[in-house]
Design a protein around this ligand. Structure first.
Ligand code: SF4
Length: 272
């Protein structure tokens, strides 16, 4: 915990230490993507270093249940989240996560069970929904394949798989968010706007978590081979246009607790 809360200053680890809100549950040492700006593993030949060291062990379902059940039982607005910045892709550990969810729900019905993921394995997502997963957050730098693929550099999945994962959770009545990396000059392009509209319509998306994309612009554009970013409208106008067309869509920065998933958005976090 010292390393997570004090060295990495991980907000979720600090919340867990304080017995409130979102508790992190990293589970996977491996990943099936090779993101240009990966925050847990950077190849030696790259000029940048990752902000965390990748998890080096596979927690068992029993170990996961041991600390998550007390958190769900006692924390205000409790969430447990698989898929943290210090690990690879949690869906590669879906059997352990499935078994943990089943065991957790034998002990408590409280709180939300969420997974932050690259969304690469919709079949695994379906098994987690059957086990009791409540919400999913799929990370992406774009709603367009041609911008997504050169950034994520997937080993064995395609952009369509991440869309399908959102559709699966929506079919099971779960909460769906995208962790949307905002890069002014590209995210607010007309082409991205049209693709984002399509993604929201086709998946029944519930929430966009607008995330600052902290990356060197020249390095990023060079890496994904983007030369002409096209006509842009400004991020503020993009957000307004999307909200106008999809008024039920929520904007935020954090995964919602069950209270919010059930529609209660005026929560008083300050006093809990
Ligand atoms: S999906 Fe996550 S862990 Fe995998 S390469 Fe991308 S940033 Fe790294």
């Amino acid at each position: 915990m010292n390393n997570c809360a004090l060295t990495y200053q991980c907000p979720a680890a600090r919340n867990f230490a304080l017995g409130r809100w979102e508790c992190p549950v990293p589970a996977s040492p491996a990943c099936n993507a090779n993101c240009v700006g990966c925050i847990s593993l950077q190849p030696d030949e790259e000029p940048i270093v990752s902000t965390q060291d990748r998890l080096s062990f596979k927690p068992s379902p029993e170990e996961i249940v041991e600390f998550t059940v007390p958190h769900l039982e006692s924390a205000p607005y409790p969430i447990i989240s698989f898929g943290q910045g210090c690990e690879g892709e949690p869906l590669l550990m879906w059997e352990s996560i499935r078994d943990a969810i089943i065991e957790i729900r034998k002990h408590t019905k409280k709180g939300s069970i969420n997974i932050n993921t690259n969304g690469s394995k919709p079949d695994a997502v379906e098994e987690l929904c059957k086990a009791g997963l409540d919400s999913i957050r799929v990370s992406t730098n774009s709603a367009r394949r041609e911008i997504y693929m050169p950034y994520y550099r997937p080993n064995n999945y395609d952009f369509d798989d991440i869309i399908e994962s959102l559709k699966v959770v929506n079919r099971y009545g779960g909460w769906t968010s995208i962790n949307y990396f905002v890069f002014p000059g590209m995210t607010d392009s007309v082409a991205e706007y049209e693709a984002l509209r399509q993604l929201i319509k086709s998946t029944g998306l519930k929430m966009i978590q607008w995330r600052n994309f902290n990356i060197d612009p020249d390095w990023y554009l060079g890496k994904i081979g983007a030369t002409d970013t096209g006509e842009c409208m400004g991020v503020k106008q993009l957000q307004e246009l999307i909200k106008e067309e999809f008024p039920q869509l929520h904007y935020g920065y954090f995964n919602p607790p069950m209270e919010r998933i059930k529609g209660q958005f005026d929560l008083d976090f300050a006093h809990h």
